[in-house]
Design a binder for this molecule. Structure first.
Ligand SMILES: NC(=O)c1ccc[n+]([C@@H]2O[C@H](COP(=O)([O-])OP(=O)(O)OC[C@H]3O[C@@H](n4cnc5c(N)ncnc54)[C@H](OP(=O)(O)O)[C@@H]3O)[C@@H](O)[C@H]2O)c1
Length: 288
């Protein structure tokens, strides 16, 4: 694979670029978010994954400003919360993020989960597409979408495009889902890859619950790297965009130190567990 470094980016279906390593801030308390985000940016991360539901958009934006890096070099994501997946609330949510953060625009806005029923989901998507037209948001996507949710959205986009023209119903750039060796989601990954939809890997460290797994420990010894490095490298080599979270400064640095080694095809194979073991919620299977 092409040599990656901390400045590597992928181009999304929207035409905009996304840094391939993100810094996740779920469960990062608001009173420390400014400090840890500024530390992550000083370490070299340029991509911050927030959400309305995390209640730390404003202090994260303060951390971005404190870091003193030009706005156009930063990639900031937020999400419409699960309880607001409908047209009106999604539109309001984007405006609130803009006023809370003062960032001028949001790089990526996602629907946090496929809730709200079909009408709610498609309405919320329409609101995001309009936010792009209005210059409030650059790229849009979804999170926790299973293949059946993705197909519903694709059908809607095609129907609108037939009537109104290409790009008129928004461009799907990202699906953010839990992804790691114990949840490799081949069905969702294949669907997205076929359409150039990038996969963002959340909980890429499996919330630190598998660090003593023997396969990880063996690779860790082989490469003289930590189990966290092995997990993040697995994610990068799958062409995902991993979003490791840490509030610990030494770990923020550790998690960015993943560009000086490569897992072999055999190493990658040793991490094929075939398991379907989410470490958190799993809305991808929701049926309504
Ligand atoms: N869209 C969604 O529904 C969704 C759901 C979950 C997560 N996410 C996104 O994905 C991000 C990451 O997921 P996550 O927070 O669930 O889990 P994660 O990144 O897999 O794991 C975070 C946990 O691992 C610990 N940790 C971090 N670096 C470590 C290291 N090098 N060695 C050992 N332990 C380490 C952290 O501890 P400390 O913080 O104490 O250092 C924290 O307890 C979130 O912050 C969020 O941005 C999205």
């Amino acid at each position: 694979m092409a040599k990656l470094d901390i400045n590597s980016k992928y181009r999304m279906n929207s035409g905009y670029e996304i840094p391939i390593l993100g810094y996740g801030i779920y469960q990062t308390p608001a009173d420390i978010a400014e400090d840890v985000v500024a530390h992550a940016l000083a370490t070299g991360y340029r991509h911050v994954d927030s959400a309305t539901a995390y209640r730390n958009e404003a202090p994260s934006a303060a951390g971005i400003k404190r870091a003193g890096i030009p706005r156009e070099q930063i990639f900031f994501t937020s999400k419409v919360p699960p309880r607001a997946i409908n047209y009106k609330d999604a539109a309001k949510c984007v405006d609130e993020t803009l006023s809370k953060t003062g960032l001028g625009y949001v790089d990526l806005y996602l629907l946090h989960a496929p809730y709200g029923g079909k009408q709610g989901r498609l309405g919320a998507w329409k609101a995001l597409a309009e936010a792009v037209e209005a210059g409030k948001v650059r790229s849009i996507g979804v999170s926790n979408y299973g293949v059946h949710h993705l197909e519903e959205l694709e059908t809607y986009i095609k129907e609108v495009e037939e009537k109104e023209g290409k790009g008129k119903a928004g461009v799907l750039s990202v699906n953010q889902v839990e992804l790691h060796p114990w949840l490799a989601r081949p069905d969702i990954v294949q669907w997205c890859e076929k359409r150039g939809v990038l996969l963002e890997a959340y909980s890429p460290l499996v919330r630190s619950t598998r660090m003593d797994d023997e396969r990880l420990v063996a690779l860790s010894k082989k490469h003289n790297k930590t189990p966290a490095h092995i997990l993040l490298r697995w994610s990068l080599q799958k062409k995902f965009v991993p979003l490791p979270k840490s509030v610990t400064k030494s770990r923020i640095e550790e998690n960015a130190n993943i560009y000086d080694f490569e897992l072999s095809a055999e190493d990658m194979k040793s991490l094929e567990t075939g398991e379907y073991s989410p470490c958190t919620w799993d809305p991808t299977t929701s049926k309504d």
